[in-house]
Structure formats: C-alpha cells, structure tokens
Design a protein around this ligand. Structure first.
Ligand SMILES: [Zn+2]
Length: 390
C-alpha cells in the first residue's frame, strides 16, 4: 500500500535515506512487534518504535506504575502512578503516533498463552528481567521461528544481542538462541534484580535503543544484525565490547536434535534447588575463593578448569584457566587425562555448572577435584575486584 500524504510528512527523514526509503517505511508500517514488559527497556522501545512507524505494537505488562519507575520508564508520567503500565504505555504511544495500533495485555506471559500470543507478531522484544520469562520467550520464539531481540540491564552495565534462529537458504540457523548462551538458569536468588541492585536511570535507554535499531533492521532487512554477536556496554567507562556467539550443537531447543519440543514449566525449571540437581554432597568438595587465592599464591600446581561457555570468558576469567564448556567435558576428558591424580579446581559463573563437572570428573577417575565455591562471581567479590560481574 502506498504511503498517505500524512505519512510522507511524518516519515520524511526516513524517506530521504536511500537505504531505507519508501520501501523500508512500508515494511515497518506493515510490521508488528510484541514488547514484553513496559518498564525500563519497554518504555523507550515503545516510544521510538511507534515514532519510527512500526504499524502494530503489542504491549504486555501486568504491573501498575510506581513512582520509583519514573526515573527511567519514560513512557509513564507522574499522573499515571497507580494505573496499569500497559494502559499508560498505550496512551504514551498514541499521543506520539496515533497511527500506531496498540494491543495491550495486562497479564504476564506464561507457557499457556505464549505460543498463541507470539504467533501474532513478527518479532519479540523481551524487556523483562526474570529468568523463567527469558527461557520461556526464547523457547517459544525458536519453536515459532520468530526473532527475539534481547537486552538486559543491571546497575551501570547492559547487554544486547539478537537471537535469530530462523534458517537461511542452506538450512543453517542465523545465530544461536538464549539457551545456547545460558544452558542453565542461575540458582534462584543468586542474580540480584534491578530492584535490589539498582540501575542508572539512563542505562535502559541505551540498551533499548540498540534493541530498537536491531528490530528496525530485522523488519526492513537493512544492515547486519547482532545475530551471533553480543554487545556489552559499560556506562562507567563509556565502553562497548563485542563478543562472538556460536550456536551450541547440543542446545536442547535450537539444535538439530532438540529435547525440548514444547513449552515446559519455567518456574520449576529456574527454581530447581542445588541439592535436587546434584546427586553429590557438596561437603568437602568446595574450596572458598580465599582458600583458592592462597593456593594460587603458594604456586601449588593445579589445573583451573573453567567450564563456562567461551563468550563468558570474554567477559571475565581467572588467569591460567583451561576452558572446556560443561557440555563438551565428557568428550574432551582426554585433554586433561594427565591431571587424573593432580589437583583439579573446577569453576564456572556461580559454582553450579562446575559442581556438575565434578561429578563427571569423579566418575572418570579424577581423584583430587574441588569446586570453586560461588564461581567466578564470588572470586571477583572476595578476591579480585578487577573481575567484572555479569
Ligand atoms: Zn540454542
């Protein structure tokens, strides 16, 4: 459909971009995006995407506006305190661009409603900060062949990527999914939320604008997206870093032989207790970060086995480690066979994956193995402040 004269005026600055032009604007006007959450990320996303001319926005949020939201959730106003965030966001979008159709959902996303809901939109932007939702949205997007644009924020740092698991002409996926990066949810309560840890008010604006840019690129087919790349932003140093991501060939949802083929109970998946997961007692198998620092200091010979994914090492690592991701460990034991009787200290982000690694090592005859308690996060907190948390 050709643009109307109002649309020619409104989108004039897009139309004068030869890479974008009328074709790009028409594509945007025909497209739809589901925004999960109308909070720190969702607020600027909704405003800018509506301004840019995305035809239809789904805005999902079960919460009401609180006065403490206004420091960053810029779609809501002081007079909206106490009203539904979804309704307030719809008002904000339509004040800015009455031509944008807004569907609101004043509920949370669940395994029961996710597939039906996501199927109605071209792409999904997850602006929530809880792990059950992240895994749920990821799995549903992979199953429905939808692009999921990821962003997260905490204190002064943010991250963004595009999970585009659609297949190209050769049948290869464009990039990995969230589970390829984070095969295991963190132990409940281990990762503090923005409510506990705080967040710089302007930070979500930057990350949301990366997400909005990527959404527009995916919808119009312009440029090179962040699929397979992960951007980390540090406001304190005003620095951006890019890490490469690879699909996990053993990923339970996006690999050639998936084991998760329908939505599961994500609360349960993310709430599994440590004890229930590991058959081993952790007693006498853990070493505290300070005790481990003493071992390093003493020069005692040992193997530090980091079982995280390679991109996580790009964020931070303890010097001298050997990296074998947990999923690859059973097939790569020969590489560390000469450590069977030596001291092996396994380490991951929080100590949970490395505890699983210990089970594998013990089963294969490694006699002197320890788990770094609390992982690299605890080590960073207690021993080496130069290690950046994530
Ligand atoms: Zn995957």
């Amino acid at each position: 459909m050709p643009l109307t004269s109002d649309q020619y005026l409104r989108y004039a600055r897009h139309l004068s971009l030869p890479e974008f032009g009328e074709k790009g604007q028409e594509k945007l006007l025909k497209s739809s995006i589901l925004l999960i959450g109308a909070g720190g990320l969702g607020s600027p996303l909704a405003l800018y995407l509506a301004a840019a001319g995305v035809g239809r926005l789904g805005i999902m949020d079960f919460d009401v506006v609180d006065v403490s939201n206004l420091q960053r959730q810029i779609i809501h106003r002081t007079q909206d305190v106490g009203t539904s965030k979804a309704k307030s966001a719809k008002r904000g979008v339509n004040d800015l661009n009455p031509g944008c159709q807004v569907d609101i959902y004043e509920e949370g996303i669940t395994s029961a409603n996710a597939l039906e809901l996501i199927a109605k939109y071209d792409i999904v932007i997850d602006g929530t900060d809880n792990f059950p939702t992240r895994y749920l949205v990821n799995d549903a997007c992979v199953m429905l062949n939808k692009v999921n644009i990821y962003g997260s924020i905490y204190r002064f740092e943010g991250q963004a990527t595009v999970f585009d698991t659609r297949k190209n002409a050769e049948g290869k996926r464009n990039g990995p999914c969230y589970r390829c990066l984070y095969p295991e949810p963190p132990p409940p309560g281990e990762v503090p939320s923005c409510a506990e840890g705080g967040v710089l008010g302007v930070l979500p604006g930057i990350i949301a604008m990366i997400q909005a840019t990527e959404a527009i690129k995916v919808l119009t087919g312009m440029g090179r997206t962040l699929a397979g790349r992960f951007v980390r932003y540090d406001a304190m140093n005003m620095s951006f870093r890019e890490l490469k991501l690879r699909p996990d060939p053993t990923c339970p949802v996006c690999s050639a032989n998936p084991t998760v083929t329908k939505l599961i109970d994500y609360q349960q998946f993310c709430g599994m207790s440590r004890g229930g997961e590991s058959a081993m007692s952790t007693e006498n198998l853990e070493i505290s970060p300070t005790d481990y620092a003493a071992i390093r200091e003493s020069g005692k010979e040992h193997l530090l086995l980091d079982v995280r994914e390679p991109f996580e090492l790009g964020i931070c690592q303890i010097e001298g480690n050997m990296n074998i991701p947990l999923g690859q460990l059973p097939n790569r034991l020969s590489e560390i066979a000469n450590w069977k009787n030596g001291l092996v200290i396994a380490q991951c982000k929080s100590g949970r994956r490395s505890m699983k690694a210990l089970e594998t090592l013990k089963k294969h005859g490694f006699t002197n193995v320890l788990n770094l308690q609390g992982g690299i996060l605890a080590y960073g907190e207690e021993v080496d402040p130069s290690i950046s948390a994530y």
